[in-house]
Write a protein that binds this ligand. Structure first.
Ligand SMILES: CC(C)(COP(=O)(O)OP(=O)(O)OC[C@H]1O[C@@H](n2cnc3c(N)ncnc32)[C@H](O)[C@@H]1OP(=O)(O)O)[C@@H](O)C(=O)NCCC(=O)NCCS
Length: 215
């Protein structure tokens, strides 16, 4: 389903369980060696998704290790993004000449834990959320807010190496399945267009968000 959130030609792969994990490269296995089995299996399935994407782009399988800030170090000439949560793992990737930024995120549907909304939104964003919820109470708008900002961060960070908190981003969600997020980076951040466009979807179990910027 994630391909519906991205332009044609962007490679994508997803899984809803860990039935087909990738054999991990030794350096990848070492990263999760001490983790709980659930995390190791999710990690391996997400790596399988990432390697499907690389194959679609004509790249041989390589280890995908975390670079600075935790962003996966894709092969030269590739941009991509990975997400995994209970019930979903996915990766997307494209040639960097065609796509300059990609970010995806998935979250279980449902309300955010108590206290989180105030940490990730401004008063104006909470007013926007109240309007969305009044018009469509069945959609988990708060969870979508959280996910969309994380997808934006995953698109922003590899290009800038700059940490941004949730309150350094102003998000507008449209009921039609799109969103716009304007970042408020610190002055020392590299000059990158601060406005990201994305798409979202919601199922009874999941929210999924994706940001794409053409190269
Ligand atoms: C990094 C972060 C976005 C990951 O999101 P998450 O919901 O916790 O976890 P997900 O499973 O969706 O994504 C994890 C994957 O994100 C990727 N990732 C981690 N750090 C990243 C970064 N700095 N940039 C891009 N991708 C990153 C990795 O591939 C990771 O999977 P892996 O460890 O198996 O390689 C989140 O933990 C975080 O730190 N958020 C705070 C910053 C933020 O979102 N600000 C919003 C304002 S723009």
């Amino acid at each position: 389903m994630i391909e519906t959130l991205l332009p044609p030609g962007v490679a994508s792969s997803e899984a809803f369980d860990d039935a087909a994990p990738a054999p991990l490269f030794p350096a990848e296995a070492a990263l999760v060696a001490g983790r709980r089995a659930r995390r190791r299996h999710q990690f391996a399935t997400a790596r399988a998704c990432a390697r499907h994407c690389l194959a679609d782009l004509g790249h041989a399988p390589v280890p995908l290790l975390p670079g600075p800030g935790g962003a996966p170090a894709w092969p030269a000439g590739v941009v991509g993004s990975i997400t995994h949560c209970d019930g979903y793992r996915a990766a997307v990737a494209d040639h960097s000449g065609r796509t300059s930024a990609l970010g995806i995120d998935a979250e279980p549907a449902g309300p955010l834990p108590p206290g989180v909304l105030g940490l990730i939104t401004s008063p104006a964003e909470r007013a926007h959320l109240a309007t969305l919820t009044a018009a469509d109470p069945a959609t988990p708008w708060e969870r979508l807010f959280f996910s969309a900002k994380e997808a934006v961060y995953k698109a922003w960070y590899p290009a800038t190496g700059t940490w941004l908190g949730f309150r350094q981003a102003t998000l507008t969600l449209s009921p039609t399945g799109t969103f716009t997020c304007t970042l408020h980076p610190p002055p020392e951040a590299p000059p990158v267009n601060p406005t990201y466009e994305g798409h979202w979807l919601s199922t009874p179990a999941l929210v999924v968000t994706a940001v794409h910027r053409a190269g």
